[in-house]
Design a protein around this ligand. Structure first.
Ligand SMILES: Nc1ncnc2c1ncn2[C@@H]1O[C@H](COP(=O)(O)OP(=O)(O)O)[C@@H](O)[C@H]1O
Ligand SMILES: [Mg+2]
Length: 299
């Protein structure tokens, strides 16, 4: 599916924005080049891997993630980065960012996570730039559902599914990134305060209420992203906090008997115990859903 026209992301920042790293070199191996993005807690650089360069590999670029300057003395933030390394390293899937390495640069006293550099735009940026046609939306949805289903099969809650954590390449390949607040469902939640600080429109109500995340938390956020993809707008008005106090009737996209609408209506339920659909249900549906199914009205 090549019908998404990519525009150049305007994310190459000025050299002074690299100033907060004392040197551009980490551990004598990674040469930081430019900022790829800044998230709630971390900054991600594109870097050249000297080792790959030396051995003549064609892919010399990697992405290096480290805690932002303002959180540099916060041990919790670095622990989350390590947690991301541990969990995301287990997930080898074509639609999940490949994690390479975690290390501490002694010279700079800086922990960092190295992963594949994913070329493309955030899904958030893509929405701003163009309308996504139904073929592309279906292709993207299928890849996202595959990625989330894979996480859930490994008992891992992503915890932060949203448009800014999804990268789409020029050939419409989707990559899920940012496992910074993920958790294995058998392990205790780590960093609820951080999640609160990062609350956003795609967060399930239990996240805003600072409860532990579960697989059902991802189902809510996944449903929000899918709704956004097919309806062209967010399922709830304003911020999640405001939506909590309002009547929350989510309009059907295709009709009340449409299988996708049926799943989304359950996935978007406010009460996490009533969200009785799983990633398997989404996975199964998207295996068979065709573009023509998304044009019909299902009364
Ligand atoms: N592997 C990557 N390749 C390219 N860009 C990336 C990569 N990882 C992150 N980014 C960019 O950096 C931003 C912040 O990264 P993210 O992991 O989401 O940090 P945070 O945990 O602070 O939210 C992303 O929104 C994206 O723009
Ligand atoms: Mg992020």
């Amino acid at each position: 599916m090549n019908n998404i026209v990519m525009l150049q992301p305007d994310r190459l920042l000025e050299p002074q924005q690299l100033m907060h790293v004392k040197h551009r070199n980490l551990s004598g191996r990674y040469q930081l080049e430019n900022i790829l993005g800044i998230g709630g807690m971390n900054v991600v650089y594109r870097a050249t891997d000297n080792m790959l360069q030396t051995f003549g590999t064609s892919h010399q670029h990697v992405a290096v993630k480290m805690v932002s300057e303002s959180l540099r003395d916060n041990l919790q933030a670095e622990k989350l980065l390590f947690n991301e390394y541990v969990l995301a390293s287990r997930l080898k899937h074509p639609n999940i960012v490949a994690i390479r390495h975690f290390d501490v640069c002694r010279e700079q006293e800086q922990a960092y996570l190295v992963m594949d550099w994913v070329e493309g735009l955030l899904l958030e940026e893509l929405f701003y730039q163009q309308t996504i046609d139904v073929h592309s939306a279906l292709e993207l949805a299928r890849q996202l559902v595959n990625a989330v289903h894979f996480c859930h099969q490994h008992q891992i809650v992503h915890g932060d599914l949203k448009l800014a954590n999804i990268i789409v390449s020029p050939s419409n390949h989707l990559t899920l990134i940012d496992f910074g607040i993920s958790r294995h469902i058998s392990e205790k939640q780590n960093g609820i305060q951080t999640i609160r600080a990062c609350s956003h429109r795609f967060a399930a109500p239990e996240v805003i209420q600072e409860e532990e995340t579960t697989l059902s938390t991802d189902i809510f956020s996944l449903s929000c992203v899918l709704y956004r993809l097919f309806a062209g707008e967010h399922p709830f008005p304003d911020t999640a906090e405001e939506a909590m106090t309002q009547a929350r009737i989510v309009p059907f996209i295709f009709g009340k008997r449409h299988p996708l609408d049926k799943l989304l209506q359950i996935g978007l339920r406010w009460n996490k115990h009533a969200r009785v659909v799983t990633s398997f249900d989404f996975h199964e549906l998207f295996q068979t859903l065709k573009p023509e199914d998304l044009k019909r009205r299902w009364f």
